[in-house]
Design a binder for this molecule. Structure first.
Ligand code: NAD
Length: 260
């Protein structure tokens, strides 16, 4: 299937590592122009240099999106190098485990800053450009928005809000031909996931137990499998899909986890 993404400029927040990196690599190979927005300047430069050396295109805009005014500044930077913006993937986030009994309102707000406010900020500041190109938006959410996880109120609130905003924006932006969808990963081995796992008392035992609960093939979802869904949703091939919440998780959320 031709995704028809060649020459499309696609902004990917948190694009330097993990799921975002896989999306950037897929888009580069589809001959699009990924714009990596990430706070990790080293990983951002390393990834883009590798892609450019291999003959692909890639742009960068280093920023910590949780800081005040960061989205506006980053969009101004992007517009200096990109004459048009054809799509946005909101992906940057961190499961910071701000709970209900061991944190306070300030910490909760901090978590929303890391996981939610910049999703709004990036759409808000890129909207004039996205309206011109009818550019689709993909929001990376989490299965936590559907299942709960425990000990992570801020992250769960942010991810739940992202699902609601996906539908809200799909309604608001339909007259511009802008499609808005959400992708929900569950268990994907990335830097974020490894850091979380390594804080548990028996990480490898815990990982083995998680894999047992994933009905399809008892394995983690690969970053490339999330990227493939995102690439499809960004493509005109998904031209009549909007307001959807797509769970890419080997059946972890919706199938009976007692199946063996
Ligand atoms: N890995 C999983 O199993 C999983 C499950 C559900 C949802 N998710 C979601 O997928 C997305 C990506 O997660 P991942 O596992 O690839 O994480 P990761 O930590 O491996 O990569 C995240 C990238 O985003 C960047 N980033 C984070 N916060 C940022 C900020 N405020 N400003 C700029 N850059 C920032 C990091 O530097 C990093 O490069 C997140 O939204 C996460 O909530 C992941």
């Amino acid at each position: 299937m031709d995704l028809q993404l060649n020459d499309k400029t696609v902004v990917i927040t948190g694009g330097a590592k993990g799921i975002g990196e896989a999306i950037v690599r897929l888009l580069a190979k589809e001959e699009a122009i990924p714009v990596v927005v990430d706070r990790d300047s080293h990983a951002t430069d390393k990834l883009c240099e590798e892609l450019v050396t291999a003959g692909y295109r890639c742009e960068t805009a280093v920023a910590d999106l949780s800081e005040d005014g960061a989205c506006e500044k980053v969009v101004a930077t992007i517009k200096k190098v990109s004459p048009h913006v054809d799509a946005l993937v909101n992906n940057a986030g961190v499961n910071d485990r701000v709970g209900i009994d061991d944190a306070d309102t300030e910490m909760f707000l901090g978590s929303l800053r890391k996981n939610l406010l910049h999703y709004y900020g990036m759409v808000h500041h890129l909207l004039p450009d996205l309206k011109k190109t009818s550019g689709p938006i993909v929001n990376i959410a989490s299965r936590v928005a559907l299942t709960g996880q425990g000990h992570t109120s801020g992250y769960a609130a942010a991810k739940g809000a992202i699902l609601a905003l996906t539908r809200e924006w799909a309604v608001d932006l339909r007259h511009y031909g802008i499609r808005v969808n959400a992708v929900l990963p569950a268990e994907v081995m990335t830097t974020l996931y490894r850091e979380w796992l390594d804080k548990l008392p028996n990480p490898e035992e815990h990982l083995a137990n998680i894999k047992k609960m994933i009905p399809l093939e008892n394995r983690m979802t690969r970053t490339e499998e999330i990227a493939a869904m995102v690439g499809f949703l960004l493509s005109p091939q998904a031209g009549h899909i909007t307001g959807q919440h797509l769970v890419v998780d080997g059946g972890f959320v919706h199938l009976d986890r007692s199946l063996h």
